[in-house]
Design a protein around this ligand. Structure first.
Ligand SMILES: [Zn+2]
Length: 193
């Protein structure tokens, strides 16, 4: 197993859409093991393959205190979502940044396990939030594209440190509100095209 480098904002690879996993076997097992080791090393509760520059639809989670509830989901899809919850989220790709995001409070997810068996799970609370956050990563979406209240600062790659919330300019697409990240200098650092 190996700890992999985590892709961090504003790396444009965070915007890539991951491809479905089609073969189950040793290579996949190794990716999952490395992702888990990387997540534990960074003290995270979830990690998407996108965050370690593997463009495949794989997420790992473990929200337990004693790190005993390992979940490895291949090709996860949310098949049911209900109610709303607002949770303050963090992300290993955005160190030091926390933001309140509105999510579905309960989700039902269909996925394949590491052996290639189709599974379903229902989740609420932190697990539901994590599942949505990590599945978003596989679609090239990070929690920072959601409107939020956030008082932390991040440094623009080129020029300045600005309050996080002032980087955002919400625009509406057909399905949901996207948020562009625009630096004071006018540079469009990271946006959903
Ligand atoms: Zn994340």
């Amino acid at each position: 197993m190996a700890v992999l480098p985590v892709v961090r904002f504003p790396d444009p690879r965070l915007k890539l859409v991951a491809k479905s996993v089609e073969s189950f076997g040793e290579a996949l097992t190794k990716i999952c093991a490395d992702m888990l080791e990387t997540m534990y090393a960074a003290e995270g509760v979830g990690l998407a393959a996108t965050q370690v520059n593997v463009q495949q639809r794989i997420i790992v989670l473990d929200i337990s205190e004693d790190r005993s509830q390992v979940l490895c989901l291949i090709n996860p899809i949310i098949i049911k979502a209900e109610d709303e919850i607002v949770w303050e989220e963090g992300c290993l790709s955005f160190p030091g940044v926390y933001a309140k995001v509105k999510r579905s409070a309960k989700v039902k997810v269909e996925f394949y396990d590491i052996q290639g068996e189709r599974q379903e799970m229902e989740a609420d609370g932190l697990t539901a939030v994590c599942l949505q956050h990590e599945i978003d990563h596989l679609n090239g979406i990070t929690f920072c594209w959601y409107p939020r209240n956030c008082s932390r600062s991040i440094t623009c790659a080129n020029c300045c440190t600005v309050p996080y919330h002032s980087l955002f300019d919400s625009t509406r697409s057909s399905t949901r509100t996207w948020t562009k990240i625009i630096c004071f200098c006018g540079k469009n650092m990271c946006s959903r095209e």
